[in-house]
Ligand binder design. Structure first.
Ligand code: CP
Length: 319
């Protein structure tokens, strides 16, 4: 793998499968009583979060600690960023501290690329979500979750050839959708975006995904193996994209009726955090076919695999 992980599109099919295979080994470590490897002993990883997060931030921290790295958590709130310090000065401060890797989440699309291509910091940069642009480790954990459900927990070397994935809802503001269409198509899956026209980007035809504007029709005709519901990102909306939340839930929300219309083997995913009752109802979110919590668990193994791939050099994972 290259020095940084900025985009899901940076990964070749072989590299993506290798990360999923390493994550399988890490998942075995996470099932042990002592969930710890010495792999990153002596390495310093900084979690640089300029935007709120629960899952990504916690799972990166757990992953780093399970690999024995020294971990520094930096939140823009409570730091000198709130006094006006720039990204450049913040990055140079981290360089002076001796960071080997920086995991960055930022509201600005391209922030991770700016750090990676600057000379402010020499370590590896991992994109933990930049604006509406990309969230590559989310796409990796989603692919890992699909592979485990479809091919079984131990399926080294397997991809997602022919798996039909419907990604539904607020595509316009979703870095998860952007990263997933790149990675899933690399792994051989067939991606379908399903959304009202107002919540699709203007350049949506350029994505590696078929476009649909009617959820029930799409479910009936395509019979997807995976339905990935997206959070409505109210915090990024600066206009009215649908008449009312009630109408959105009725036309675009996943509910018990739509769950019943899926084929028996199909799963329902959501990256979290969920707006229960809006894009997904409680019956679906809590059903055995929902992978919401599995995705969180798998996120730790995937982030261990990514950190291992970027930082371990020739050291053995000893899994
Ligand atoms: N899926 C995801 O990125 O969740 P957080 O915003 O809680 O990290």
């Amino acid at each position: 793998m290259t020095k940084h992980l900025l985009s899901a599109g940076d990964l070749s099919r072989e590299q993506a499968i290798e990360i999923l295979d390493i994550a399988e080994g890490m998942s075995n470590v996470n099932d042990r009583e002592i969930k710890k490897l010495p792999t990153l002993r002596g390495k310093t990883v900084v979690n640089l979060f300029f935007e709120d997060s629960t899952r990504t931030r916690i799972s990166f921290e757990v992953a780093e600690k399970r690999l024995s790295a020294d971990v520094i958590n930096f939140s823009a709130k409570g730091s000198s960023v709130s006094k006006g310090e720039s990204l450049k000065d913040t990055a140079q401060t981290l360089e002076a501290i001796g960071a080997d890797a920086v995991v960055i989440r930022h509201s600005a699309s391209g922030a991770a690329n700016v750090l990676a291509h600057s000379n402010w910091i020499q370590g590896s940069i991992i994109n933990a979500g930049d604006g509406t642009h990309e969230h590559p480790t989310q796409a990796l954990l989603d692919a890992f979750t699909m592979r485990k459900r479809i091919h079984g927990a131990q399926s080294p070397g397997k991809a997602l050839d022919g798996v039909k994935v419907a990604i539904v809802g607020d595509i316009l503001h979703s870095r998860v959708a952007r990263s997933n269409q790149l990675l899933l198509s690399t792994l051989g899956a067939e991606v379908h975006f399903v959304a009202p026209p107002t919540l699709l980007p203007q350049n949506a035809s350029g994505f590696k995904a078929a476009l649909h504007y009617n959820l029930d029709e799409m479910l009936a005709t395509e019979k997807p193996d995976v339905v990935m519901m997206l959070r409505l990102q109210a915090e990024r909306m600066n206009a009215s994209y649908f008449p009312t939340e009630r109408e959105y839930a009725r036309i675009w929300g996943f509910n018990a009726g739509r769950l019943g219309a899926l084929k028996d083997s199909a799963i329902v995913m959501h990256p979290g955090p969920m707006n229960r009752g809006l894009e997904i109802d409680a019956v679906t979110a809590d059903s055995p076919r929902s992978t919401v919590l599995e995705q969180v668990t798998n996120g730790v193994s995937i982030r261990m695999a990514v950190l291992y791939s970027l930082l371990s050099g020739e050291r053995s994972a000893d899994v």
